[in-house]
Design a protein around this ligand. Structure first.
Ligand SMILES: Cc1cc2nc3c(=O)[nH]c(=O)nc-3n(C[C@H](O)[C@H](O)[C@H](O)COP(=O)(O)OP(=O)(O)OC[C@H]3O[C@@H](n4cnc5c(N)ncnc54)[C@H](O)[C@@H]3O)c2cc1C
Length: 506
């Protein structure tokens, strides 16, 4: 009996699942979730990702049980799994969503495509986001995004299920995949139920605080949607979220704060796919500068001392260290604080984006390679098409945590530091350090570099490179291939130094 294999990757849901629907329309289906040890051994993989994925898989399994089937979990590298399955129970078609993942998942997909060709199996892949495979013209991207999110959700015909021809396997423990034991104690939980609760809570209530609430690390945890891990792991479909949001906007009265919040939120969903499209079109950007003219800028200056201070949350700049502490406990921080962390790493600490990005990929529960690596490069100044954005952690603290509530929550030693010294505690006079019982260099670290001069030196190195004729000349091609067309600059009147998505505001 012929059947189709539905391969669930980062799309653990039944709702709006094009691959499952297509397979079920054609005949019996076998639903597969493959734990691939070689992917979990990658340097961007983390225990929290694995557990979040399994939480989603468990709920998907329960959902498929209600439909009369099950999700079969198998451990092994995908081509080997397909070999085994095909030998025991031949099938003619493989169904999945397209994935724009890291280099290892891209190589794996190519190996699967090869396997399919060699075994006469058709592989049908369906877009999961508004990302276009083999996009030839960036001008066509925005209408394609709108067409994807505006299309009706895929209706699910009742599938007929086929069992796996070998006994059920258990998910391996994270440790046996080489993943560390620790994960953020307060991270979001995976699964469709938590995802829907998060979505509706945001649509109903929290979106009223989105505008004005997303920048401060104090208000952002509730003002932001917090949907990123559910989108990254496909426990919600992007289209489902856009539809629910647009329907809600249409029902809200004029002047309701949620309307503005939800409109701004939809534009973030557009950026979500815009950045993933960059990696889809340029897979090398995970490893190489998007603008190759910036090669050599930081590669040869790696400072383990700076990196260790950052990762340990011991840079001495309170807002930076508090963000690292929050990230360690929760697996999430807001956009502005992510950008600030990377900016501090890239400018005063002069660290290359790749190792910093690997560390952050493991810290972020919502790690989405396309957004992540594009943002790492943008905030480090190596895309060549974005304005240099440098976030001063002292100014950010004054603007977004003026009373020091955030830094004192995450850095207990600062609770004893008087308000006057909160933003620059390393400057406290020695007698005051004794009186408040906080010694710089012991209870709190001193910054490894002087912020202003180190940032100034970093910026001038970057600007010197950017001014070179060959670097300037190569910019146009990158804008053409990757620049956003959302708000095009008026013909012949570009603000100086701008191109593509310079108007990207946060
Ligand atoms: C260095 C750096 C790395 C990042 N890495 C990731 C990542 O791995 N995964 C990830 O989902 N986001 C990443 N972001 C973008 C952004 O910080 C997160 O999407 C956001 O903080 C997630 O919280 P939220 O869902 O509550 O966001 P909301 O503000 O509620 O946004 C809604 C959704 O829009 C998308 N989105 C929001 N901001 C952006 C943005 N700037 N670019 C692209 N998409 C956006 C996300 O899917 C998000 O879930 C990164 C940002 C920076 C500066």
């Amino acid at each position: 009996m012929d059947y189709g294999v539905v391969w669930f990757k980062r799309d653990f849901r039944v709702v709006d699942h094009a691959a499952l629907a297509a397979a079920a329309r054609r005949g019996p289906v076998l639903c597969l979730c493959v734990v691939e040890p070689s992917l979990w051994a990658q340097p961007d993989a983390a225990t929290q990702h694995y557990h979040f994925m399994l939480e989603g898989a468990r709920e998907l399994h329960a959902e498929l049980r209600r439909l009369g089937g099950r999700l079969h979990l198998v451990v092994g590298d995908m081509p080997a799994v397909l070999d085994r399955l095909h030998a025991l129970a031949p099938f003619s078609t493989l169904y999945s969503h397209e994935e724009t993942g890291n280099g290892a998942s891209y190589a794996r997909d190519r190996a699967v495509a090869r396997w399919c060709r060699e075994h006469g199996v058709r592989w049908h892949e369906f877009p999961q986001f508004g990302v276009v495979r083999r996009l030839t013209d960036r001008d066509r991207w925005q209408p394609a995004w709108e067409a994807h999110v505006g299309a009706p959700q895929v209706l699910q015909p009742a599938p007929v299920f086929v069992p796996l021809p070998w006994p059920a396997e258990r998910a391996p423990a994270a440790a046996s995949l080489g993943l560390p034991a620790v994960e953020p104690a307060l991270r979001q939980r995976g699964g469709r139920e938590a995802a829907l609760a998060c979505l509706h809570d945001f649509l109903d209530v929290r979106s009223g605080h989105y505008r004005g609430g997303i920048s401060s690390p104090l208000s952002a945890p509730t003002a932001c949607s917090r949907l990123s891990p559910y989108l990254a792991w496909g426990q919600l479909s992007l289209r489902e979220v856009v539809h629910a949001t647009r329907e809600r906007i249409a029902r809200l009265p004029e002047g309701d704060r949620r309307r503005a919040g939800l409109s701004a939120f939809v534009s973030r969903l557009y950026w979500h796919c815009h950045f993933i499209q960059r990696l889809e079109s340029e897979p090398a950007l995970e490893f190489e500068n998007l603008h190759r003219g910036y090669d050599g800028l930081r590669e040869n200056d790696w400072s383990p001392v700076h990196f260790e201070a950052l990762v340990a949350g011991r840079t001495g700049w309170p807002l930076v260290d508090a963000c690292v502490a929050m990230l360690r406990e929760t697996g999430w921080i807001n956009f502005r604080m992510r950008a600030m962390l990377v900016s501090v790493a890239a400018y005063p600490l002069w660290l290359h984006w790749r190792p910093v990005g690997l560390w952050l990929a493991r810290q972020f529960l919502d790690y989405e390679p396309g957004i992540h690596w594009s943002q790492m490069q943008m905030q480090s100044g190596t895309t060549g098409i974005n304005t240099t954005r440098v976030y001063n952690p002292i100014k950010q603290a004054r603007d977004h945590d003026p009373q020091g509530r955030f830094v004192r929550r995450w850095l207990p030693a600062l609770r004893r530091v008087p308000d006057t010294w909160l933003f620059e505690p390393w400057r406290m006079p020695p007698d005051l350090q004794v009186r408040c019982g906080v010694r710089v260099g012991e209870d709190i670290p001193a910054p490894p570099v002087e912020l202003e001069s180190a940032t100034r030196a970093a910026k001038s190195r970057l600007h010197a490179l950017r001014a070179r004729p060959e670097v300037r000349a190569a910019k146009a091609a990158i804008v053409e291939r990757h620049g956003s067309r959302k708000r095009p600059a008026r013909r012949g009147r570009r603000p100086s130094g701008s191109a593509g998505q310079l108007q990207f505001e946060f």
